[in-house]
Structure formats: structure tokens, C-alpha cells
Design a protein around this ligand. Structure first.
Ligand SMILES: CC(C)(COP(=O)(O)OP(=O)(O)OC[C@H]1O[C@@H](n2cnc3c(N)ncnc32)[C@H](O)[C@@H]1OP(=O)(O)O)[C@@H](O)C(=O)NCCC(=O)NCCS
Length: 194
């Protein structure tokens, strides 16, 4: 038995796989050959094209289109009107369906409202993209990006707190988890502050 929810105004094409406890709200279109995990929420007017994979616990706010080539891992958050792309140099009169580039959004990453992600980029685990940013390059895990083109403006913890880095060390004020910067990458250490 299906144990997910699809609002009657939405269309799910035959062959789409949807995990348990997922909710798909008004006016969405889920194409066939799509995989959506468990406990996801898709807000109003979300379009998911064929071949897209969405992990577990993903939240997608209103007005987002996920084009072929997009992969969202577990716990990704997409703000309202986030834009993905899949062709670098589109021309109306040239068919480029065989040139779709992929965009991978790794576990726990968040993308703010109205941000645009240029295709072919990889967004690292738990990174955070500010509202309205245009991401043109790969983003490192825990990196905080903003602007157009998006630039790194700091580091952010798993729980979404901007880290105050002192001597290459940052502490999440919510969880007391300790993060260390090494060779330009941020790592979550195993021990916490006592
Ligand atoms: C990126 C973000 C996390 C930064 O938050 P913050 O660290 O509290 O930022 P601050 O307000 O301290 O701003 C720091 C600086 O960055 C700038 N800034 C903040 N957000 C920015 C953004 N999205 N784009 C460009 N610049 C931004 C501020 O103007 C400020 O600049 P200044 O130092 O020149 O004055 C936040 O602004 C953001 O965009 N959140 C996403 C919200 C969202 O889209 N939610 C979707 C679900 S509703």
C-alpha cells in the first residue's frame, strides 16, 4: 500500500518511485523514472524531471524545478524558487539533450531562496548557499557562499550556525561540535567541547 501523500492537484507519472511518509503538495509534476526517498516534503509547484534522484528527508520549497542531471542527497534543503540548470550554452534551435550536465547536492546542504546553481557543479556536504546567490563553481563541505557570482563568506556548522573561526578552530554554538580548518577544508572533529 502507498504510504505517501500526493495532493489531488499534483500529477505523478507512472513509474515514479516515492518513499514512505513523503508529502507532495499542490500543483507538482513528478515524471516517470524519478526516485524520491522517505520523509521528503515537496511544496507547491515543484517539477521533477525524469532521471532525477532525491534522497531521504529532503525539503523543497515552492516553485522549484529539478531538471535531468540533478541529484539531491539526504537532508538537502531547497528554498523557494531555487533554480537549477542542465545545459551550459542553450540555443533554442540546437538540440542538446545529450549534453545535460549533472549537479550534485550532497547530504545536508541548504540552498537559499532564489539562488541559481549553474550545472556541472557539486555542492559539498552541509554547505550553505545564501539567498539569491549564483553558484558557478564547486562548493566545499560546510562552506557558506553568497553573492553573484557566489563567493565563500565563511563556514557553517551542520546545524546551520556561522562559525566564528579562531586559530583555525570553530565551535557550533548549538551542539558544541568542534570544526577544524586544514588545508582550506573544514572538518568536523569527533570530540565535542565538554
Ligand atoms: C547567507 C546568510 C546565511 C548569511 O547570514 P548571516 O551570517 O546572518 O549574515 P549577516 O546578516 O551577518 O550578513 C553578513 C554580510 O553578508 C551579506 N549577506 C548576507 N546574506 C547575503 C546574501 N544572501 N547575499 C549576499 N550578501 C549577503 C550582508 O549584507 C552582510 O554584508 P556586510 O558585512 O557588507 O554588511 C543569510 O543571509 C541567507 O541568505 N540565508 C538564507 C535564507 C533563505 O533563503 N531561506 C530560505 C527558506 S525561507
Amino acid at each position: 500500500m502507498e504510504n505517501y501523500f500526493v495532493h489531488p492537484s499534483s500529477i505523478v507519472d507512472e513509474g515514479a518511485k516515492i518513499g514512505s511518509n513523503t508529502k507532495i503538495w499542490h500543483f507538482c509534476h513528478i515524471s516517470s523514472n524519478v526516485e524520491i526517498g522517505h520523509k521528503c516534503i515537496l511544496g507547491q509547484n515543484v517539477f521533477v524531471a525524469g532521471g532525477v534522484k532525491i534522497g531521504n528527508g529532503v525539503k523543497i520549497q515552492n516553485n522549484v524545478s529539478l531538471y535531468t542531471g540533478v541529484i539531491l542527497e539526504d537532508d538537502v534543503f531547497l528554498g523557494p524558487s531555487v533554480v537549477f540548470t542542465n545545459v551550459m550554452n542553450p540555443r533554442s534551435f540546437i538540440e542538446r539533450k545529450n549534453e545535460y550536465k549533472s549537479t550534485i547536492v550532497h547530504k545536508g546542504a541548504s540552498i537559499g531562496a532564489n539562488a541559481t546553481i549553474v550545472c556541472g557543479t557539486t555542492l559539498g556536504e552541509y554547505c550553505f548557499i545564501g539567498a539569491g546567490a549564483v553558484v558557478t563553481k564547486n562548493v566545499l563541505p560546510f562552506q557558506l557562499m553568497a553573492g553573484c557570482p557566489a563567493k565563500p563568506i565563511g563556514w557553517i556548522s551542520k546545524n546551520g550556525h556561522k562559525l566564528n573561526m579562531e586559530k583555525h578552530i570553530g565551535i557550533c554554538p548549538e551542539t558544541q561540535e568542534i570544526y577544524a580548518l586544514k588545508d582550506g577544508h573544514l572538518f568536523l572533529l569527533e570530540n565535542k567541547l565538554p
